[in-house]
Design a protein around this ligand. Structure first.
Ligand code: FDA
Length: 488
């Protein structure tokens, strides 16, 4: 069966949801947009909730994950996320066609066709928002992750399955493999379910892609105080199971063997771009775009995790696996499409077939006005409206990542390169720890991290990262700490 749309979004995650919302705000007409995605029985949602509210037994949404298009989601309350506010009939009310449970297996960008097992879709404009998929242990040659009670957390089904296991194995033992922020959030939720947790990671400290060892020391100390065991600088090499194929032990490279009723593997993601291999230019493992998210093929755009775009702030290509960027890039591309909508049929009314018996051309007038007074003659031809297309500025993203677990909450803005300055109270035993770090490159603050900040303070560190003020004296910066950001 075949369908044809003016716009197709391939992907039904964060970017898809925000692109649809923005297109609708900008006047998208009914019936022009189709959204195709693999997950069944679900509308686009804010994926970060999976490791936050959805698993946290102490939050109102804790444990409530609704895999049904007939109900509204009750989930993530991080920042100003809005997808949770959309009732599931919003898409049908707006004339946006959803194709859940539809995996696209082939893409022919020359013919503008996407094919699943049973359906073929034709588009005029394609927005690729296929996001990432979990890096698996098999990618490192480790086998046995198909045993029962070994989980990856990437979608609502995964979250539901993990929640069921947490309830079933209450007071049991869990091993979390990975030391990133998602692994840390999952670990906290397991602990809050009274499960005895060990984290295992190969790096020297947690969240090593972003944290300095000083920042990490705080979180590792805090987690240890919560009774969490952390094993660093070793790898998982395999598992042992019982006769029911349930995981029982995790084997480490350093020879240790850990008992486990639940294992969660959280090693990060890799972009899903294989459908477009050889058809689109790539960069840094993603799809190369310009500042308007146009790819190397006309009428094809890429946003969210898959897009490698010119980051205006630093003048270089970057790719981010951040929900904040997924949302902002999606909203940006919607504005771009709207700005050149003079070329697109949402400006077209009526029927696009030639009418019989109407062989005379349409009146084709070029507006013209002239006047003269004294010895001043003037002429005007055409239209006195701003030219549509390219009214949208280049995407100007400030990198941003945040996380929360237990009573902790951190925000990071900018770039984590150069020398660092730590400030504040980073004692994991403090009753109200509050600390931060600045990254300084070429004499300027380029990145800022803050644990325990208020909304105003978080805004202040975002401003610092955006404006990149010069640093005269690094020692003075350490003494001033947060007040440096507040007065910028
Ligand atoms: P996203 O992954 O959201 O959606 C991709 C969509 O494409 C899916 O609907 C998928 O089914 C579909 N798809 C892919 N291939 C397809 C095909 N061939 N056919 C049909 N459909 C296809 N970020 C952050 O900034 N802060 C945070 O706290 C977190 N927390 C977090 C927790 C967990 C558990 C995960 C897994 C991820 C995060 N992230 C995060 C990362 C964040 O969720 C991620 O950056 C965004 O979801 C990216 O949005 P996209 O729309 O690009 O992809």
């Amino acid at each position: 069966m075949g369908y044809s749309f003016q716009y197709i979004i391939l992907g039904g995650g964060v970017a898809a949801g925000y692109a649809a919302m923005e297109l609708e705000k900008l006047g998208l007409r009914q019936g022009l947009l189709g959204i195709i995605y693999k997950e069944e029985n679900i509308i686009p949602y804010d994926r970060p909730c999976l490791s936050k509210d959805c698993l946290n037994p102490n939050l109102p949404a804790g444990g409530i994950v609704v895999p049904s298009t007939s109900r509204t989601y009750a989930h993530v309350s991080v920042g100003d996320w809005e997808l949770k506010n959309l009732p599931s009939n919003w898409y049908s009310k707006k004339g946006i066609m959803l194709y859940p449970g539809t995996e696209i297996l082939r893409a022919n960008l020359r013919r503008k066709l996407l094919s699943s097992e049973k359906l073929v879709f034709h588009y005029e404009t394609l927005i690729i928002a296929t996001g990432s998929t979990a890096i698996r242990l098999a990618d490192f040659g480790v086998e046995g992750d198909d045993a029962k009670n070994i989980f990856y957390l990437w979608n609502v089904d995964d979250a539901n399955n993990l929640l069921d296991a947490m309830k079933e194995k209450k007071n049991g033992k869990a091993v979390v493999i990975g030391g990133g922020y998602v692994a840390m959030e999952i670990t906290a939720s397991l602990r809050l379910h009274n499960i005895d947790v060990t984290m295992v990671y190969s790096e020297s400290w947690c969240m090593s892609q972003l944290f300095t060892c000083d920042i990490a020391a705080f979180y590792e100390g805090y987690y240890a105080n919560k009774g969490i065991n952390i094993i660093k600088e070793t790898d998982v090499i395999g598992f042992s199971t019982n006769s029911a194929r349930e995981v029982k032990e995790v084997k480490l490279k350093d020879g240790r063997v850990l008992e486990a009723d639940i294992v969660v593997v959280s090693l990060g993601g890799k972009p899903q771009i294989s459908l477009f291999k050889g058809q689109l230019e790539e960069e840094q493992g993603g799809i190369k775009t310009d500042s308007f998210f146009k790819t190397s093929v006309s009428d094809v755009y890429a946003v969210g995790d898959v897009a490698t775009f010119p980051l205006k702030l630093y003048g270089e290509f970057r790719r981010f696996e951040h929900a904040d960027h997924a949302r902002k890039s999606a909203e940006h591309v919607a504005k771009v499409l709207h700005s050149c909508s003079c070329d697109l049929p949402w400006q077209f009314y009526g029927d696009n077939v030639a009418k019989k018996g109407n062989l005379v051309d349409k009146y084709d007038y070029l507006p013209h006005l002239n006047s003269c007074s004294f010895d001043l003659p003037w002429q005007f031809y055409g239209d006195n409206v701003a030219k549509k297309g390219n009214l949208v500025d280049k995407y100007d993203y400030l990198p941003h990542l945040n996380s929360c677990s237990f009573d902790l909450s951190w925000q990071f803005y900018g770039d984590n390169v150069g020398e660092t300055v730590l400030f504040g109270d980073n004692n994991p035993g403090s009753s109200k720890p509050k600390f931060g770090t600045y990254w300084i490159k070429d004499g300027k603050v380029v990145g800022a991290f803050l644990e325990g900040g208020t909304p105003d303070e978080n805004e202040a560190i975002a401003k610092v990262a955006r404006l990149m003020p010069a640093v005269v004296d690094v020692n003075q910066l350490a003494t001033e700490g947060l007040s440096f950001a507040i007065k910028v």
